[in-house]
Design a protein. Structure first.
Length: 728
């Protein structure tokens, strides 16, 4: 046992001079060989015992028969409050209690050795209070540690808050107005009994928790099921006969007990599916960074549909929709190490492109979009040890191949548990709030109110322009986003700035063992998509684009395809139309295929953009074909009408003529037609040279044409004249 001191609590296990149990040492007087002990009760309620005196030598004697150990007595919660936390009334009460006993504490020897009764009597007369009142304050002072805090009033215990009381016959609570105004004592209602409380709990579980009914509806259902006088048949249905309201607990009483019998958290959890609770409502403890030793130990990857509508890059009159953003983030430093923005819906196809970007040089990536950076501004082209992603995105054999070939451990979250990737998930909300929602065509995904403009109509950015904006947002996050909670003691000692890029750089140097090296070109191969292309006489066809490779030219692939037949080859591709890779399964080699000059219009496109462009052209071509077909149909209708009229007039002109007569003299007929046409042309030429006014030209033309025809007719033979005049 340790040294005995004033105020310490001891536990006397065996009977020592008739004492056993918990005691507080109030005073030690070695000159008297005395220790003053105060018996402590088992509960927090004040004791009425008197101090006991035992010899100091007896208490400290080393004897196996005396077993004493130091113990502890916890103070009530209200005694642990600071003066500022006390109410003014409590502070005043504490001050008054202290003033009662302060003079008595001036001499401990007098107080504990023979003069205490006289001192209490004198003090009670001075203050005009009873001796019992003085003694009660003194006992509290001794019981709770002989400090001023021991004199704080226990007002929080007043009223029996939280205690359930057994009701009597008389109705508790404020009387009803009918009782006060009309003296109707029998209309005052009933008290809530223990059986009522059990019914309340049962009704709450059945209707409020399981069926999510309101308190009012729960009370009504409870009356129907538990407070009825049986059932009656009405129109073939059993209807409960409800007890009168005044004979059962009121809805007010039910509301009061509802708050006592229910736990908001427990009810919410019972109503919520386990997955939704874990994701949105569970308590958040721990950190994603815990148990990580450095950068590249774990990457998180996730995708979201951006809150902005974009237009086509090649024809801005077309609104394409909302793009997909993929982000790859290092958990240790919160550094965004890779990204992908495209039109693919969240899937492994998009995830592999984001990972491909994470393992690639960012200087070249940014240069494609006209953004000039140095390697030090985005120094990320490393492979991780682990990748955490959604289950749906990494399902299948392709991610398994990444794990086997690149020695990367693939981890997945449970279905619907995006909160397990909290690091990357939180980044999307920040991007939306700080960048995307300020753009043209942005939408908050909330239901649009009547009269509000349609955000799609204000869209103006294409995917390339949006990518540039997001690259700058990522760069800003990496350089300036403050993460002081990520700093370790070692980082603080090295004055590391709490931003992702500084934590990343510090970790690459100091946190050894996290970063692994790997051939990046081989990593690219494993992340590319596999497919087939067809060799034709004019190139290697892939998604209606044509490519050429040195091997194809050297081995005369295209001539063979023209002479014999086409064939397919295995290819690997990314989202870039500029290049395609021919994969030789026998040798395992990869050879680059480039676009032919005739298909330069597809250069620098994303693959889905090229496919969409071809679809647009196909749709437009179909639209033009419809217009051409409609115009041709109109021409056919006009031609048919002309043919019908010509047929009618020809039959009338040749009526009565034999077939021989109709086909005779075709040469002479042609000469006559030519002569007439020549006469018309000469006449029109003369009229153009003379330039008469419109009215004179209109009158002269038919006269001159008639005269020319008359002269021509006179020059022909009689048979010809008769034929022109229509004679048989």
């Amino acid at each position: 046992m340790g040294a005995l001191t004033r105020n310490c609590v001891i536990d006397i296990i065996d009977n020592v001079d008739g004492l056993s149990g918990l005691y507080r040492i109030l005073h030690i007087c070695q000159s008297r060989d005395a220790v003053v002990l105060f018996a402590l009760p088992d509960s927090e309620h004040p004791t009425t015992s008197r101090p006991a005196i035992i010899k100091f030598t007896t208490l400290t004697r080393e004897d196996e028969s005396i077993r004493i150990k130091l113990s502890k007595l916890d103070l009530p919660a209200y005694m642990k409050k600071t003066p500022a936390e006390l109410t003014p009334a409590a502070r005043e009460k504490q001050k008054r209690n202290w003033s009662i006993i302060e003079p008595l504490l001036a001499s401990a020897d007098d107080l504990f050795f023979g003069k205490r009764g006289a001192m209490i009597k004198l003090r009670s007369r001075e203050l005009g209070i009873t001796e019992k009142a003085v003694h009660r304050v003194l006992l509290r002072y001794w019981q709770y540690g002989q400090t001023k805090a021991a004199l704080i009033p226990a007002s929080e215990r007043s009223g029996g808050k939280g205690n359930t009381r057994i009701p009597g016959v008389t109705k508790r609570g404020r009387p009803r107005k009918a009782v006060a105004l009309l003296n109707m004592a029998d209309q005052n209602g009933v008290n809530v009994t223990e059986n009522d409380r059990r019914i309340f709990q049962r009704a709450i579980d059945l209707y409020h928790v399981k069926k999510s009914l309101s308190i009012t509806k729960t009370y009504q259902r409870m009356r129907e099921r538990f407070y009825n006088d049986g059932y009656a048949e009405k129109e073939g249905t059993r209807v409960p006969i409800l007890k009168p309201t005044l004979t059962i607990p009121s809805i007010g009483a039910f509301r009061s007990w509802f708050g006592k019998l229910t736990d908001d958290v427990a009810i919410k959890r019972a109503r919520t599916r386990g997955r939704d609770w874990d994701m949105n409502l569970r308590g958040l403890v721990g950190s994603a960074q815990q148990d990580l030793f450095g950068p590249c130990e774990r990457f998180e990857i996730d995708a979201t549909i951006a809150d902005v509508f974009l237009v086509s890059r090649y024809n801005k009159k077309y609104i394409v929709g909302r793009p997909t953003i993929y982000v790859v983030i290092d958990v240790f430093s919160r550094m965004i190490v890779g990204m992908y923005i495209g039109w693919k819906h969240p899937s492994w196809d998009g995830a592999r492109l984001a990972l491909l970007n994470a393992f690639s040089d960012k200087v070249q990536y940014c240069a494609r979009f006209g953004v000039r950076i140095t390697f030090a501004e985005w120094p990320c082209m490393h492979l991780p040890q682990k990748i955490l992603a959604d289950k749906g995105e990494i399902a299948g054999e392709a991610p398994l191949g990444i794990a086997n070939n690149l020695d990367i451990q693939i981890e997945s979250t449970a279905t619907g548990r995006g909160d397990l990737k909290g690091v990357v998930e939180s980044r999307f909300s920040i991007f939306n709030a700080s960048t995307i929602h300020d753009l043209l065509g942005a939408t908050t995904e909330e239901k649009r109110q009547r009269g509000e403009p349609d955000p799609r109509l204000s869209s103006a950015l294409d995917i390339e322009e949006f990518t540039v904006i997001m690259i700058k947002a990522v760069m800003n996050h990496n350089r300036f986003s403050e993460k002081p909670h990520l700093l370790s003691k070692e980082m603080i000692a090295d004055d590391v700035v709490p931003t992702p890029i500084h934590i990343w750089n510090w970790g690459l140097v100091n946190a050894t063992g996290s970063v692994q090296t790997f051939d990046r070109e081989e990593a690219r191969i494993h992340l590319m998509r596999s497919g087939t292309a067809t060799v034709y006489e004019d190139g290697i066809h892939f998604h209606q684009m044509r490519y050429v490779t040195e091997r194809a030219v050297r081995e005369n692939w295209f001539s063979r395809a023209r002479m014999k037949r086409t064939w397919t080859i295995d290819v690997r591709y990314t989202n870039d139309t500029n290049e395609l890779w021919h994969f030789d399964a026998q040798s395992g080699s990869m050879e680059s295929c480039v676009l032919i000059a005739a298909d330069e219009r597809f250069k620098d496109m994303r693959l889905e953009e090229a496919v969409n462009l071809l679809e647009y052209q196909k749709v437009e071509r179909e639209g033009r074909l419809d217009t051409a077909a409609a115009n041709l149909a109109r021409n056919h209708a006009n031609d048919d009408a002309t043919l019908r009229e010509a047929k009618k007039s020809s039959r009338a002109a040749r009526k009565g003529m034999s077939q021989t007569a109709q086909t005779a003299d075709m040469r002479e007929n042609r000469h006559v037609e030519q002569a007439i046409e020549c006469a018309k042309e000469r006449q029109e030429l003369k009229m153009a040279e003379a330039e008469p006014d419109a009215e004179a030209k209109a009158k002269a033309t038919p006269q001159r044409d008639a005269k020319a025809l008359e002269d021509l007719v006179k020059r022909n033979q009689g048979r010809m004249i008769n034929k022109l005049r229509g004679a048989p």
